[in-house]
Design a binder for this molecule. Structure first.
Ligand code: AMP
Length: 189
């Protein structure tokens, strides 16, 4: 069993890397953003609640997100997993610890993609917006999502460093090169 989470600022390529990483460990790829988007597309109650926040580039309230992750992590295919986009707040870190304790599990590692150049990230995302069809991929919302990351999620890096499970990986360069760096970390766990 391998239980990982991957984090990084918006545009750092965490979604792409999470898919490959889940394949590598034979685990579930659990992306809260993807689950929210599915719910929006299917016009569920959860989707209707989440959409307002997502379209504005804000975080969906913790109680909504936490309940969704608790359900997902208790499904039988989630013994090994890569969490992508959760936790994003310090409260979500605590909640994840609680959920994992309930199922007798703990995280093996946290991969933090490091890309210092914010402008490069914004430009990457503007490019992605041409094909993504995402309502939250406008320049204004993209910039706001970077700010929200700095205000709320960057603080998770020192928290996981304190837990002794943080692995910072250079997120710049070609997708395959970043994947190889992540692979080396995961093989060493
Ligand atoms: P992502 O695909 O990870 O960029 O997520 C897209 C959007 O979904 C975010 O901008 C948030 O509005 C929402 N979202 C995803 N994960 C979370 C989370 N852990 N907590 C709160 N909101 C989230």
């Amino acid at each position: 069993m391998t239980r990982l989470l991957i984090m990084g600022p918006p545009g750092a390529g965490k979604g792409t890397q999470a898919v490959g990483l889940a394949e590598r460990i034979g685990g579930a790829h659990i992306s809260t953003g993807d689950i929210f988007r599915e719910n929006v597309a299917n016009e569920t109650e959860l989707g209707k609640t989440a959409k307002k926040y997502m379209d504005a580039g804000q975080y969906v309230p913790d109680e909504v997100t936490n309940a969704m992750v608790r359900d997902r992590l208790k499904q039988p295919d989630a013994e090994s997993f890569v969490l992508d986009g959760y936790p994003r707040t310090a409260d979500q870190v605590d909640e994840l610890d609680t959920i994992l304790a309930e199922i007798g599990a703990k995280l093996d590692g946290v991969i933090a993609l490091v890309v210092e150049d914010r402008e490069e990230l914004v430009q990457r995302m503007i490019k992605r917006a041409e094909t993504s069809g995402r309502a939250d991929d406008t320049e204004e919302v993209i910039r706001h999502r970077q700010d929200v990351y700095d205000e709320e999620t960057a603080a998770l890096v020192p928290i996981y460093r304190d837990h002794g499970i943080l692995h910072e990986v250079d997120g710049t360069g070609a997708i395959d090169d970043v994947a190889a760096r992540i692979g080396a970390v995961v093989d060493s766990l």
